[in-house]
Design a protein around this ligand. Structure first.
Ligand code: PA5
Length: 449
């Protein structure tokens, strides 16, 4: 289903370096398994079968069915880990042009996103078009206080209050938040709307396999059982640490660590399928927020090939030698399209006639990695059998576990994000939020100097 190839990175490192790290990896793995490493309170995602009960899954499916039937559009409001996982999986698994399909062609509402930035134009234009559609909202925030999400929810809620009766409104708003605390929990309880829980022991960026991701994914018509089966396959496959036979997930964490020690401090996650672009955004958040601490960490970047070979390709081939590449590849495509034969061959493409685009894409990937390795860029590749909920579920877990291990190997807590507070505090102070008066004076002084 999923395998890691490291042969195009090995010329840049040595076996001894990998072996040297094995005892450290053994400790990291033990910490994760035994739940006694830094941030261990947030490892509820680790044992896939325990993330959701059968009862949880049935309720998610029931609510998703109701929303699918009653809505043309589901707006998911959330930021960071509260929206990226759902969006990544939906875009990875569904049609490339969902907005051009009717609801019956899609077989599901259109799932769109808000509350992940502060653009006035974005929300205003969204409200303009919503008038003619049946709309539902799923607001997702563990803290319940994230400004971007809270503002968007306030605006869209007022819009919904004008459009629907109080009874219908209750059927169209679903809250996903903390079990007991926060503004959204109080709202859900008071308004009597359907609500799901962000588990206490799972942080935002590790939450896609909980109700946070599963509800919107199910509304989009994706089989969440398949997604979870894929994740469970990966959980079983990568469960044990055996120094004699290191599994791919652990090996990925090891390889990245050794490459970083060699000065390759930027990882470029690459896809050859445009539907995986958002998955890379999810991966960037997972690794960026987990690893970027204490002045350390690999910078997670992303690229869509072959598109970006005509923009970033030059830099990758000949720029600063600070990056390594990891490619996500699929062995098969969902559809088949062959290059047709043309009698006049005016475009000189007859040498490709009869070849499928997938075959050409795979060859492009091969040619690219050979060129980049020759240019001094270590290459790793992750090969998936096909693009489906099953393999995407496996990939989600592969990256989550490898990320946690990478963090422990780097002696940091991969489950917190203290650095995210800095911009928030400044924004609150500058906006005049009560309690931030001293910081506001300091910032105003800084700005005036
Ligand atoms: O991964 C994380 O924990 C963060 O990216 C959060 O998901 C993000 O900051 C949103 O937080 P909240 O769900 O509290 O609104």
């Amino acid at each position: 289903m999923l395998s890691l190839k490291t042969n195009q990175a090995m010329p840049f490192i040595s076996e001894e370096e990998l072996e040297y790290l094995l005892p450290f990896m053994a400790t990291a793995h033990r910490q994760l398994e035994e739940g006694n490493g830094p941030g261990a309170d947030f490892t509820g995602w680790y044992h896939v079968p325990d993330i959701n009960t059968e009862e949880d899954l049935q309720r998610i499916e029931k609510v998703a069915k109701r929303l699918r039937e009653s809505s043309d559009i589901l707006i998911v409001l959330g930021i960071g880990g509260s929206y990226l996982g759902a969006r990544a999986v939906i875009e990875a698994c569904n049609h490339h042009f969902p907005t051009l399909l009717s609801k019956s062609q899609r077989g599901a509402p259109l799932v769109i996103f808000a509350g992940h930035q502060l653009s006035e134009d974005y929300l205003a234009e969204l409200c303009d078009i919503l008038e003619d559609y049946d709309v539902s909202l799923n607001v997702v925030s563990k803290s319940g206080t994230t400004t971007e999400t809270a503002i968007a929810f306030r605006i869209l809620r007022s819009f919904m209050e004008k459009k629907y009766s109080p009874e219908e409104l209750r059927q169209r708003i679903v809250v996903t938040t903390d079990a007991n605390k926060g503004a959204l929990r109080s709202y859900a309880d008071e308004a009597g709307v359907e609500s799901f829980v962000v588990p206490d022991d799972i942080g935002g960026r590790y939450s896609v396999l909980s109700a946070v991701g599963l509800l919107p994914i199910a509304v989009a018509g994706i089989n969440i059982r398949d997604l979870l089966d894929g994740a469970n396959w990966a959980y079983e496959k990568y469960l044990r640490f055996d120094p004699e036979d290191v599994n791919d997930c652990i090996n990925y964490a090891l390889m990245r660590h050794v490459l970083a020690r060699r000065g390759y401090l930027l990882e470029m996650m690459v896809n050859y399928e445009p539907s995986m672009a958002m998955f890379i955004e999810w991966w960037k958040q997972l690794y960026g927020e987990s690893e970027g601490k204490n002045g350390r960490g690999i910078f997670p970047a992303g690229a869509n090939f072959t598109t970006d070979l005509h923009s970033l390709g030059q830099y990758i081939q000949e720029g600063s030698r600070i990056l390594f590449e990891t490619s996500i590849l699929f062995k098969s495509s969902q559809r088949e399209m062959k290059v047709p034969h043309q009698i006049d061959d005016s475009d000189q493409l007859n040498y490709l006639a009869g070849k499928s685009l997938h075959e050409i894409n795979q060859t492009a990937a091969l040619g690219t990695s050979l060129a980049h390795v020759r240019g001094g860029v270590p290459n790793l590749s992750l090969e998936l059998r096909e693009r489906s909920p099953l393999t995407i579920g496996a990939l989600v877990y592969f990256f989550e576990k490898a990320c946690a291990l990478s963090g422990y190997l780097d002696a940091i807590n991969p489950f917190d994000q203290p650095g995210v507070e800095a911009y928030k505090r400044n924004m609150f102070a500058l906006l005049g939020k009560p309690g931030f008066e001293d910081l506001r004076s300091r910032l105003m002084e800084e700005l005036n100097n």
